[in-house]
Ligand binder design. Structure first.
Ligand code: GDP
Ligand code: ZN
Length: 457
């Protein structure tokens, strides 16, 4: 590890003010020295750490490739913990790529996705939760998601997990002492100590798990589906919501296609608004496909906006499809076109939705829209959890396993099982938590995590 020197373009695709080629490894300075000629003074290999040198990147034949600044950061005070050189050149894609080519010809190897960060992890510069925060930070769509990633990057999750693991270790040490010195009859004391420790650890672990759902919504977005009969005003409403909020342009991967979807930010949460074809029984095969897609979108929804037309009133067909809504999604009743019928009985709609909140709006005139937005934002309201506790799916899975072992330990204690057996569960919980921070992560897990990164990170 770290034997070979890796290189990659560290800046994004497309035009920018500058482009950066990053080198890391024991030979980073040697490679950089071969391709970079300072305007004056010492060659790069003899520069001190954290210095900037102006000069040119050039070919072995001495032909200038680009003007550049070379940043030298020596081990261990660099991102990877190895010798690192950054060549900052002009931003054009061609220029940056030509600089990269020079470094590859001079002995560097093209970095794999996430390899810089993986080296940083292996050199103890950051733990796994911090490494994952690097990806989350790059992909963050909203201020809240960004704040969560920044908190993790700062080590908040590492600290929370570290505290629980330290407590478990203490408990395991007690058990060891019992086994080693049975004549001291420490067992009664140990059982109480372990029971209290388990309860404490479980409370902490459950707090982390509580942040998992919120964390998921922050990262992947709240999926909101607009549903209703044709012509009730779904598309008008979608347009209105998009027009009046900050639209997020990039789509989150892995979300429903085939249904028109727009991304907006509501209350710091990314919200995916999907328009649907309209729900009704039909024999037309083309329309049937639309209905099937609508059903699929409804199955995946966190929240369904049940749109009805005030002018038409709540008709039997409305009641029918409302009854068929999947139980998994929360609902908000939206009485649209309130401008046409201000006397529309909202309570009837609320009743048909089993007491769900109901908002009267006019997509056309804009009335009631802020109230609707507030109601949607409230649904993402589990997000009251502190940012530092918003764990991702992988972390939640490992923490969930730890919780299961802790519950088993608690149960076993209550049933009078011997502490040496209970300590097997304590150890398993301790191991599972170690996967979050990386202390007990194996190579497969690391591969899986770092493959999510882009090259250059
Ligand atoms: P969808 O089929 O459910 O997507 O409905 P549309 O958004 O296409 O709207 C159907 C018709 O209702 C259009 O003629 C809209 O202009 C009209 N419409 C939508 N919202 C309102 C509203 O709040 N008030 C009034 N008066 N008309 C509306
Ligand atoms: Zn429509």
């Amino acid at each position: 590890m770290g034997e070979d020197t890796i290189a990659a373009i560290a800046t994004g695709a497309g035009e920018g003010g500058i482009g950066i080629v990053r080198l890391s490894g024991a030979g980073a300075l040697a490679v950089a020295e071969r391709v970079f000629r300072p305007r004056r003074g010492l060659p790069l290999g003899r520069r001190r750490s954290h210095t900037v040198t102006y000069g040119w990147v050039q070919t072995p034949a001495g032909e200038r490739v680009d003007e550049a600044l070379a940043l030298v950061m020596r081990a261990p005070h660099s991102y990877t913990g190895e010798d690192v050189v950054e060549l900052q050149c002009h931003g054009g894609q061609l220029a940056v790529r030509r600089v990269l080519e020079q470094t590859l010809q001079a002995g560097a190897r093209l970095a794999e996705p996430g390899e810089f960060t993986r080296r940083a992890f292996l050199n103890g510069r950051l733990d796994l939760s911090q490494a994952e925060a690097v990806v989350d930070l790059i992909r963050a769509k909203t201020d809240r998601a960004m704040a969560a990633a920044v908190a993790h990057l700062g080590g908040s999750l590492r600290e929370a997990i570290g505290a629980i693991r330290a407590r478990l270790l203490e408990m395991m040490a007690h058990v060891e002492a019992d086994i080693d010195f049975p004549e001291l009859e420490l067992e009664v004391q140990t059982r109480e100590e372990i029971a209290a420790g388990c309860d404490e650890a479980l409370a902490a672990v459950d707090r982390l798990l509580g942040g998992a759902r919120a964390g998921r919504i922050l990262r992947e977005g709240l999926r909101v589906v607009l549903a209703g009969r044709p012509n009730v005003g779904k598309s008008s409403l979608l347009n209105r919501l998009v027009r009046e909020n900050r639209a997020i342009v990039t789509a989150v991967p892995g979300t429903t296609r085939d249904v028109i979807a727009e991304w907006v930010e509501l209350g710091g949460v990314p919200v995916q608004l999907s328009d649907t074809a309209g729900i009704r029984d039909t024999d037309d095969p083309v329309e049937q496909i639309g209905v099937e897609r609508t059903r699929e979108a409804l199955r995946q929804a966190h929240l369904v906006l049940v749109v009805v037309d005030c002018a038409a009133g709540l008709v039997p067909e409305d009641r029918e499809w409302i009854r068929e809504l999947p139980a998994t999604a929360s609902r908000i009743g939206v009485a649209n076109k309130i401008d046409l019928n201000p006397a529309f009985p909202l309570s009837e709609l609320a009743e048909s939705l089993g007491g769900a909140p109901v908002v009267a709006v006019s997509a056309e005139q804009g009335t009631g829209i802020p109230a609707l937005e507030a109601e949607i934002a409230r649904h993402a309201g589990a997000l009251d959890a502190g940012e530092e506790l918003l764990v991702n799916a992988r972390q939640a899975e490992a923490i969930g396993r730890a919780a299961a072992h802790l519950r088993e330990a608690r149960e076993a204690l209550a049933q009078g099982v011997g502490v040496e057996l209970v300590s097997i569960d304590l150890r398993a919980a301790w191991m599972a938590l170690g996967e979050v921070t990386g202390e007990t992560a194996d190579d497969d897990l690391l591969d899986q995590i770092f493959s999510r990164f882009c090259i250059g990170k």
